[in-house]
Design a protein around this ligand. Structure first.
Ligand code: KG4
Ligand code: ZN
Length: 330
């Protein structure tokens, strides 16, 4: 079964064609990052307008990359939320249009479910119950998976998401936007033990990154003489320590049979290496998507949509975009 996936929840316009939730036939991602960079973050209204301008061409490009026409599409999956309301509406409307014109099944996908499903595109089989750490610009969630579609959030951030903490940290260090990839690169040349940033381990499996953000700000305001690479490396090390610590505790306590990593921050070199090492030490199989499938893309939405359809989920043309859609409703 071939699913057309559409993702426009933030600043990437993406359309993909995926077979049986596992094989990518096309995955076109048009990033707006250059348009938003001069504002230091995503400007919602500009994002919506950019999506409107490019969605038609990206849709055509995806079909062309796959070497097929609309007749090869069996169903349509689109991000229904969470995300920027205006941005979500563009992809949702495109998806409804294709579904209506071709008489195809339509399924709305929760964006975080999409991030989790990027792991299915590796082709590896998943051992349930599995635990997935989803770390993106908007979320830091620990998700217990009983199957490809039964997801329960067992931990989440009480304040900033991990990606948000990295982006804000980069801004404090004057490194530009988006900060995650810059900190990732710079940290390789720095000393991660230069600054003993505080680590927060809340009871249960929740995260908090506001303390470390303030600590970095104070350090910079006090006029530190440390090289910026040392600050970046120490800041990143503290965030990775917190993520890995809570995740491994949760994995042990819930009896996870496999550990998955997902979301834009899963592209981070140190986090990938740390999770892999911790899982190896714990004898736990570990799975992480290739970097290009960690950040926002439509193939992951098609992968999640495939399993939702298989489980009997189907939406009609009244499907709406919900900016703060809870995972349970997906
Ligand atoms: O999942 P994503 O593409 O969009 C959201 O759903 O939010 O994640 C974007 C986030 C940004 O905060 C970005 O700085 C971060 O992922 N990110 C990284 C890396 N690449 C992207 N953070 C750390 N290291 C990276 N290599
Ligand atoms: Zn995302």
């Amino acid at each position: 079964m071939r699913l057309l996936g559409i993702e426009t929840s933030c600043d990437e316009t993406s359309v993909a064609l995926v077979e049986d939730g596992r094989h990518i036939l096309a995955n076109v991602v048009a990033s707006q990052v250059d348009v938003h960079a001069r504002f230091g973050g995503v400007v919602p209204e500009i994002a919506s307008r950019q999506h409107v301008e490019s969605i038609g061409a990206i849709l055509a490009a995806a079909l062309s990359d796959a070497g097929v026409g609309f007749e090869a599409v069996d169903a349509v999956a689109t991000t229904a939320g969470p995300g920027l309301q205006g941005a979500l509406l563009v992809g949702l409307t495109a998806a409804k249009s294709v579904a209506f014109a071709r008489g195809l099944p339509l399924v709305g996908v929760h964006h975080i479910h999409g991030h989790v499903a990027a792991n299915f595109l590796t082709g590896a089989s998943i051992l349930f119950p599995a635990l997935c750490l989803v770390v993106s610009g908007g979320h830091s969630d620990l998700i217990l998976m009983q199957s490809e579609v039964e997801l329960t959030v067992i931990g989440h951030t009480r304040d900033d998401a991990a990606g948000e903490a990295l982006d804000k940290g980069a801004r404090v260090l004057g490194l530009g936007y988006p900060g995650g990839p810059v900190i990732d690169r710079l940290a390789r040349q720095g000393n991660p033990d230069a600054v003993p940033f505080p680590r927060t381990f809340l009871p249960g499996y929740d995260f908090s990154f506001s303390g470390i953000k303030t600590a970095l700000l104070r350090q910079v305001q006090a006029g530190t003489a440390l090289p910026v690479a040392d600050l970046a490396a120490s800041y990143q090390r503290a965030i990775v320590d917190m993520l890995a610590g809570q995740t491994m505790t949760a994995a042990r306590e819930v009896g996870a049979r496999q550990l998955l990593l997902a979301g834009g921050v899963a592209a981070n070199t140190e986090l990938r290496a740390r999770m892999e090492a911790e899982c190896a030490a714990a004898g736990l199989p570990f799975l992480v998507p290739p970097r290009n499938l960690c950040t926002d893309n439509a193939a992951m939405i098609a992968a999640a949509g495939y399993y939702l359809l298989r489980a009997g989920r189907k939406d009609d043309l009244s499907l709406n975009a919900v900016a703060n859609l809870p995972l349970a409703a997906a």
